[in-house]
Design a protein around this ligand. Structure first.
Ligand code: ZN
Length: 287
C-alpha cells in the first residue's frame, strides 16, 4: 500500500540520511526502482512529473500500475507516489487519482500567492493523510519547459512556507535540474544552513541530484536535507545501456528484437544507479 512520505522523511531527518525520489517514466522504470528498494530494504519515493504523467496516459494509469506492482512484486518497504513540480490543478488531480504525496511548485508566483495556494493544498493533503512538498525560490535548469537559473532561496520566505504545515520543503541552494555546467559554483551551504536554522526539523529537499559531487551530497544531508531527487541520472544510464545493446547489434541476434530483451540492459542500468544513490544517501536498511 502506498504511504505518505511524512514518516519516512521524519525518520531520515532525525537519522541524518536521505530518502531518494526517483522519477518514473514507464513500467521498466517503476519496476527497476521498486525491486531495488525492496532488495536494499530502503524506503523510496516514486516521482512523477506532469509531463511523465501525461506520457503514461494519466495519473490513474500511474496509480493503477504502481499499486499493482506493490502487490504482485510483494513490495513491503515504504513507497510514496509523489507528484513532482505540480501545478495547483495537477495537485488536485493527483489527490483524486490516489497519489500519496504531492509537490506544489508555486515558486513562480509572487510569495503571497505561493503562500495562499500552498495553504489551500496543505489543508486538502492533511484531510487525505497525504504528504505535501512546497518550493521556495526557483530551482535552476529545465523541468518540463520551466527554466530558472541556480537561485538561492530567501531563508525567511522558507520559514513562512514551512510554517504553513507542509511536510517537506524544497529550496534553491544553487542546485539545478539536468546536467551541471562546467562553470557551476556548487551548492550554497551558507544558504542551506540559514534555512535549516529557521525551519528546525522540517525535512529539506534537494532537487537536481544528478551530478552533484558525493562530498557535497553528504554535507547537504548533514545540514538537514532528507529527500534528494534523482531523475536525469537514471535517464542517462538507461540511454547508455540501450545504445550499447543496439551498437553491439544484439537486437539482430535471435530474438534480440523482443522488447523484453531490448529494454533489459537499460532496466538493469537503472537498478545499478538507484542502488548507488541509496548507498550514498544512507537509506539502505532503513525501511
Ligand atoms: Zn525538481
Amino acid at each position: 500500500m502506498l504511504v505518505s512520505a511524512k514518516e519516512m522523511l521524519t525518520k531520515a531527518k532525525a537519522g541524518k540520511y536521505a530518502v531518494g525520489q526517483f522519477n518514473i517514466n514507464n513500467l521498466e522504470w517503476t519496476k527497476s526502482i521498486l525491486l531495488t528498494a525492496q532488495e536494499l530494504n530502503s524506503p523510496v519515493i516514486l516521482g512523477v512529473s506532469e509531463g511523465a504523467g501525461k506520457y503514461m496516459t494519466g495519473y490513474k494509469t500511474v496509480v493503477g500500475m504502481v499499486n499493482g506492482m506493490l502487490e504482485e512484486l510483494n513490495i513491503t518497504v515504504p513507497v510514496a507516489l509523489h507528484l513532482d513540480h505540480g501545478s495547483y490543478e495537477g495537485c488536485l488531480k493527483c489527490v483524486e487519482a490516489g497519489f500519496s504525496s504531492i509537490m506544489f511548485d508555486g515558486s513562480h508566483y509572487p510569495i503571497d500567492e505561493n503562500i495562499e495556494k500552498t495553504k489551500e493544498l496543505v489543508k486538502i493533503a492533511n484531510e487525505k493523510g497525504m504528504s505535501i512538498e512546497a518550493e521556495v525560490g526557483s530551482i535552476g535548469g529545465e523541468e518540463d519547459g520551466v527554466i530558472g537559473k541556480g537561485e538561492c532561496a530567501d531563508p525567511n520566505e522558507c520559514k513562512s512556507i514551512a510554517d504553513l504545515g507542509v511536510t517537506m520543503l524544497a529550496a534553491g541552494i544553487g542546485n539545478i535540474h539536468g546536467k551541471y555546467p562546467d562553470n557551476w559554483e556548487g551548492l550554497s551551504f551558507e544558504t542551506l544552513d540559514a534555512i535549516q536554522k529557521l525551519t528546525g526539523d522540517m525535512p529539506l529537499v534537494l532537487h537536481g541530484g544528478t551530478g552533484i559531487p558525493e562530498d557535497m551530497i553528504k554535507k547537504a544531508i548533514s545540514l538537514g536535507v532528507a529527500k534528494i531527487n534523482v531523475n536525469t541520472e537514471c535517464q542517462l544510464a538507461f540511454a547508455e545501456a540501450t545504445r550499447k545493446y543496439i551498437e553491439d547489434k544484439k537486437d539482430l541476434e535471435g530474438k534480440g528484437f523482443d522488447p523484453r530483451k531490448l529494454l533489459a540492459p537499460g532496466a538493469e542500468a537503472i537498478k545499478a544507479t538507484v542502488k548507488e544513490k541509496m548507498e550514498l544517501f544512507g537509506s539502505v536498511g532503513k525501511a
